[in-house]
Ligand binder design. Structure first.
Ligand code: DX5
Ligand code: ZN
Length: 221
């Protein structure tokens, strides 16, 4: 069995009580915190920036923070997020003019780097940067909002990404983001994912531990 990680997306958390919400999902068994950054330019929504990441660290969050940048341009925010305590920084290749440079900047800043692919995008940009990538994130919805339905074509793309990653020999994580829940996590894992973002499936449930336990039980089944 793979080493699976559950990554609640705080986009669906109660922002008025963000510290408590993050504590609660981690206490309920989550592995990493998925942190969605939207700029009302690359995506039609506006969320949170480095100050909030820093505040979570100050609050005492020690778990990895997985910063998903849905912003353009990318590079100017890398240093700010590294300083704010980001663990992973992932970005969309079409949001950066020089993808190789952005990946290198993330690693130079001491973080793990990742590339994110939208539902319609192929994996071609990965081919020549596999040695600079720690995470590949496949969007299974169009980025911008929580609570959307999983796009089934992602399963084929996950299989393709898994083949590429395994052939590369690099220890690259394969993350999936959007519409993931207890009803589909098993087939998503079977297609090759090892890191599962779930926003509404976790935060809209009354009992975070019960959902996370069910997600893990599905992965173990
Ligand atoms: C969408 C975000 C996702 C989102 C997932 O643009 O990147 O992380 O919060 O939410 P759910 O799990 O509700 O689809
Ligand atoms: Zn995300």
């Amino acid at each position: 069995m793979r080493d699976y990680l559950i990554a609640p997306s705080i986009l669906s958390a109660d922002f008025a009580r963000l510290g408590e919400e993050v504590d609660a999902v981690l206490a309920a068994g989550a592995d990493i915190v998925h942190f969605d950054v939207m700029d009302n330019h690359y995506v039609p929504n506006l969320t949170i920036g480095p100050m909030v990441c820093k505040a979570l660290r100050k609050h005492g969050v020690t778990a990895p923070i997985d910063v998903h940048l849905m912003v353009s341009p990318v590079d100017r925010l890398i240093g700010d997020f590294a300083e704010a305590g980001a663990s992973y920084i992932t970005f969309h290749p079409d949001a950066s003019i020089h993808v190789d440079r952005s990946l290198q900047m993330i690693r130079d800043a001491g973080c793990k780097s990742g590339l994110v692919f939208n539902p319609h995008q192929g994996l071609e940009p990965l081919k020549y940067v596999l040695d600079k990538v720690d995470m590949v994130l496949l969007m299974s919805v169009n980025p911008g909002f929580g609570g959307q339905s999983f796009i089934p074509a992602t399963l084929d793309k996950l299989r393709e990404a898994r083949t590429l990653i395994d052939a590369s020999g690099y220890p690259i994580r394969l993350e999936v983001d959007g519409g993931v829940g207890t009803a589909n996590i098993r087939e998503i894992a079977a297609a090759g994912a090892d890191t599962f973002v779930a926003g509404s499936a976790i935060f809209n449930a009354p009992d975070y531990r019960a959902v996370i336990d069910t997600l893990r039980a599905e992965l173990a089944a």
